[in-house]
Design a protein around this ligand. Structure first.
Ligand SMILES: [Zn+2]
Length: 276
C-alpha cells in the first residue's frame, strides 16, 4: 500500500474558518465518535477545493477532518487536525452520536465527532446515471430506491489505515462509535447509504467478529424481513409502506431510540442479535 496523507489543504486556525480549537468539556476534551460521509464529488481535488485550505468554496460553512480519495494516487487530504473540531455535521441534526436525542449544541456532530469525507458521487439521479456494479440501497426512510457508487478497494484500504491512526490516538473510540451522517441528520442527509461499514471497521479493529449491522438492511425488503423476524406482521412485499413505518417506529420506541421512522446504524446494532 502506497499513499500519503497531505496537509496542503489544512485549514488555518483563523476567524471565519470552519474549524474550532480543541474538544469541549462536554466530551471530556475528546472526540467520542467518527462520522463517515460521502463527498458527492468525483475527485479528491474537487472535495478539497470545497472544504479545505485557506479559501475553500464553503469557507465558514462546512469542513471535515479528512477527505479520502478513490485511489492511492489521490491519497488522503487532511483539513483539520484531530485535536481540533471540524464543521462536518450539526445542521438539522436531531440524533446524537450514541443514537440518543440531540438536545443542544454540545451534542452536535461538530462538537463530538471526527468527520471523514470519502470521495464518492453518491446516488444515481437525473444527469448522473448508475453504472454497472452500483449498489442497490434504499433511503433511511425507506421510500427511495437508490443506486450507489461503490467505494474502491484502494479507498477501503486507505479508510482502514486512517481509522487505525485515529483510534491509536483516541483508543476509546470503539466500533459502535462509528456512524454515518444520515444517522445524525435523518430526513436531511442520506450519506453514506451503502457504505461498507463492516469491512472498514473489521479492518480498523483487526476483528472479523464485528457484526455486519448494515449490509443486511440496505433495502426496504431486507428491513421488512428483519421486522417480520422480530414479530411484526408485515407480509413479504418489497416496498416500504405505512405498516413498515409504524413497525419501525414501534421498534425504535421499545428500544429507547429516537422515534423518527428512519433506519439507522443504531437500529442495526439493537436488532442484530435477534435477527442475525
Ligand atoms: Zn455528509
Amino acid at each position: 500500500m502506497s499513499f500519503s496523507t497531505s496537509d496542503r489543504f489544512l485549514i488555518p486556525m483563523t476567524e471565519g474558518s470552519a474549524v474550532d480549537r480543541g474538544w469541549t468539556a462536554a466530551t471530556d476534551f475528546k472526540p467520542v465518535a467518527i462520522t463517515w460521509h460521502w463527498s458527492g464529488t468525483g475527485t479528491l481535488a474537487e472535495c478539497s477545493r470545497l472544504l479545505g485550505g485557506r479559501e475553500p468554496l464553503r469557507k465558514g460553512f462546512a469542513s471535515a477532518h479528512y477527505g479520502v480519495g478513490r485511489s492511492y494516487r489521490e491519497g488522503i487530504d487532511r483539513y483539520v487536525a484531530i485535536d481540533n473540531r471540524s464543521w462536518h455535521a450539526g445542521k438539522n441534526q436531531t440524533v446524537r452520536w450514541d443514537g440518543g436525542l440531540c438536545r443542544d449544541i454540545s451534542d452536535k456532530g461538530h462538537r463530538t465527532s471526527i468527520g471523514i469525507e470519502t470521495i464518492n458521487l453518491g446516488y444515481a439521479q437525473p444527469g448522473l446515471p448508475a453504472e454497472p456494479g452500483w449498489s442497490r440501497a434504499d433511503s433511511p426512510h425507506g421510500r427511495w430506491q437508490m443506486r450507489i457508487q461503490p467505494w474502491t478497494e484502494e479507498q477501503i484500504q486507505m479508510m482502514i489505515a486512517l481509522g487505525r491512526e485515529i483510534v491509536s490516538r483516541w483508543p476509546h473510540i470503539e466500533p459502535r462509535d462509528h456512524h454515518g451522517h444520515h444517522d445524525l441528520c435523518p430526513g436531511y442527509k442520506v450519506d453514506p447509504v451503502g457504505f461498507p461499514f463492516a469491512r472498514v471497521l473489521r479492518g480498523i479493529y483487526d476483528d472479523p467478529g464485528i457484526p455486519d449491522v448494515w449490509t443486511p438492511y440496505w433495502t426496504a425488503r431486507q428491513r421488512r424481513t428483519a421486522l417480520c423476524k422480530l414479530g411484526f406482521d408485515l407480509g413479504d412485499g418489497g416496498l416500504w409502506d405505512a405498516a413498515c413505518d409504524r413497525a419501525l417506529r414501534s421498534l425504535q420506541a421499545s428500544e429507547g431510540l429516537v422515534v423518527n421512522g428512519n433506519w439507522s446504524t443504531f437500529v442495526g446494532w439493537k436488532i442484530h442479535r435477534v435477527v442475525g
